[in-house]
Ligand binder design. Structure first.
Ligand SMILES: Cc1cc2nc3c(=O)[nH]c(=O)nc-3n(C[C@H](O)[C@H](O)[C@H](O)COP(=O)(O)OP(=O)(O)OC[C@H]3O[C@@H](n4cnc5c(N)ncnc54)[C@H](O)[C@@H]3O)c2cc1C
Ligand code: SF4
Length: 290
């Protein structure tokens, strides 16, 4: 039986290889980085839901399941250059650091993942590149990893923090009409981490509507609201400005139908996901819809 080619060695690619090995299939994982693990490793995530397991530890379990497996052939520093034929007879050209190789595979799984939305796009009005205390979920993850959540402008512990949901998602004007599906849960998880690290810090989450499901809803969102007293406010943020040494969030509380203007020490933008460059390239190469 010809092997399955898996493009991308992040959580999805690793799980695909493990699952295939479990039912006795060979696979080849092709990963462009010199390490496996995808975004949780590349972006230094702190802990993973739902158990708050250290991200490196959780990913090591997934990586170990394939690196020690005879049925899985791993090629790091490698990408796909060309493909010829159709399943079950495909000739795929792989490009490593120095040489090229053609492999014969029966099928291909594309697991090339996402890139984070750039909150500095001109359509966005959140001042990400203007104000030090406006950060993203990804910036926040790095601070949680060091167990030190502070205001980037002065290194002090914040007293009031908010999350703004759907930044770069569900926005037809910029062509990103999709919901990124994890940011409501990730923001709730990070809100819990802030309350644990700084118990007297007030935390708000401004959302359009909250989309959490499965464990994200039961074990993360409700826990944030009920046990950790995170304030979830249905509202639309229209602008962020600076006043004194604080950033001011302006918008509308859509439950009460009233304008709101609240000073914050740190604003965390819940940036969404876009197809990665690799995903766009592989979609074109293998003629797949995005
Ligand atoms: C801030 C944040 C926190 C999160 N926290 C959690 C959490 O706690 N729990 C949870 O379940 N989920 C969490 N998520 C979601 C999680 O990160 C994603 O669901 C997961 O990373 C998706 O895995 P993936 O393998 O599809 O993609 P990725 O993680 O993006 O991995 C894709 C891999 O493909 C590789 N690749 C790309 N292009 C090519 C190419 N052309 N050739 C070869 N290789 C290529 C990349 O280098 C990468 O290694 C979080 C997301 C964010 C943004
Ligand atoms: S913040 Fe929530 S509703 Fe918005 S895109 Fe992310 S998961 Fe979807």
């Amino acid at each position: 039986m010809k092997p399955v080619l898996i493009v991308g060695g992040g959580p999805a690619g690793l799980e695909a290889a493990r699952g295939l090995a479990d039912i006795g299939y060979n696979s080849i994982i092709v990963e462009k980085n010199d390490f496996l693990g995808g975004k949780p490793i590349e972006e230094h995530y702190s802990v993973l839901t739902p158990d708050q397991t250290d991200a490196e530890t959780a990913m090591k379990v997934k990586i170990d399941a394939v690196t020690g497996n005879d049925l899985v052939d791993i090629r790091t520093n490698t990408t796909v250059l060309a493909t010829d034929g159709d399943a079950p007879n495909m000739m795929v050209t792989l490009k490593g650091k120095v040489d090229e190789e053609v492999v014969e595979v029966g099928s291909v799984i594309v697991a090339t993942g996402f890139d984070h939305f750039d909150p500095g796009k001109e359509t966005q009005m959140y001042g990400y590149y203007e104000y030090d205390d406006v950060i993203t979920l990804v910036d926040a993850e790095k601070m949680f990893k060091d167990k030190n959540f502070v205001r980037p402008s002065n290194g002090e512990k914040p007293k009031q923090v908010c999350f703004i949901q759907c930044v770069g998602s569900r926005d037809r004007q910029i062509g990103n009409q999709w919901c990124s599906k994890v940011c409501c849960g990730v923001a709730s998880q990070q809100a819990i981490e802030i309350r644990e690290l700084i118990p007297d810090c007030r935390v708000f989450v401004f959302y359009i509507d909250l989309r959490a499901y499965g464990f994200w809803e039961d074990d993360v969102y409700w826990k944030a609201q009920e046990q950790h007293k995170v304030n979830f406010v249905r509202g639309i943020v229209t602008e962020i400005t600076q006043r004194g040494d604080q950033v001011v969030v302006k918008g509308e509380d859509t439950t009460l139908g009233r304008p709101m203007e609240i000073p914050m020490d740190v604003v965390v933008l819940s940036v969404g996901m876009e197809p990665s460059e690799g995903t766009k390239a592989m979609a074109e190469m293998f003629k797949l819809p995005l």
